[in-house]
Design a protein around this ligand. Sequence first.
Ligand code: ASP
Length: 360
Amino acid sequence: MRNSFALVAYAVAAFSFLAAVPAKAQEEPRWSIAIHGGAGTIARDDMTPEQDAAYRAALQNALEAGTKVLREGGSAMDAVQAAIEPMEDDPLFNAGRGAVLTWDGDIELDASIMDGRTRDAGAVAGVTGVRHPIRLARKVMVDSPHVMLAGEGAEAFATEQGLERMSPEWFETERRRESLKRMKAEQLSAIDVDVKFGTVGAVALDQDGNMAAGTSTGGMTGKRWGRIGDAPIIGAGTYADNRSCAVSATGWGEFFIRVGVAHEICSEIRQARLMEQATCDGPTEPGTFRECWARPPLSNDDIELIATGVIDEVANLGGDGGVIVVTPDGHAIFSFNTSGMYRGRATSEGFNEVAIYADE
Ligand code: ASP
């Protein structure tokens, strides 16, 4: 009698647990994408309506390029590359054309990309004439046995792979020359001149449930001695793992490297997701009662809390910036500790927005 009561209790417990689990198999395939064009001191009062509109149009254009790939069933890797390339071409952002200048007045570009399906990754640092460094990073991942190439070696590899090159004049803009001049004349730090970090990045979840992340940048104004920031460092500026999330960062690179921002966020999400799977306590003999427990699936707020916690660590060390994150459940979130971040996101649920200031 006691045993049959326990059996009923077990069946009721098992049924109510199963009923609480969303029927994932019946859901439409989802996709989501988030992009950024840099975080920093971005105030409404400092922007003309024309500048504001130009940034929003550029973000919408990049978002649409990535969205199109995902909507049509393409891969997260293709979506990330498709979203980043127009921003590399756009002088509004600190990546590719329009990148900041080094102390010697040159352009040195960094980029990385990671495939969350396999955790394959590719990165380049200090490249000078390659039009799309994100494309070169992907080439490193696919067509070389390495993860990261720098300087002359990366250039040689780009030539070997036939990547498109542009002249220094194509990359350089008057605005960036002015920033470098001002930095030298007024003995300012990179943070004083780079009031906004214009690095670009994208993260995506495709209809097959695969995720990818990519980041591309010119680094920070007046950088010297072959300085490399977080953007090309897997785990700092970029990370993707199908089990947890895809992250791209922008901000004061030295701090993002020290915190290992992108990997730290994914690692915390992975731990939290493990607890979504039921754990059971008690005897396993047939007819005995076992208590099973699982945490509810992570919500948007949970993901934001994790990302913000890691960005707080950056702030505690003295740095600033932000991240974009997507998860296997389709969340697409932003987190930043600056007054603004050029950003956008779109999902299969019909969500589509671009934004600039922290209060929107
Ligand atoms: N994170 C980049 C770097 O430190 C700068 C940026 O985000 O704009 O190189």
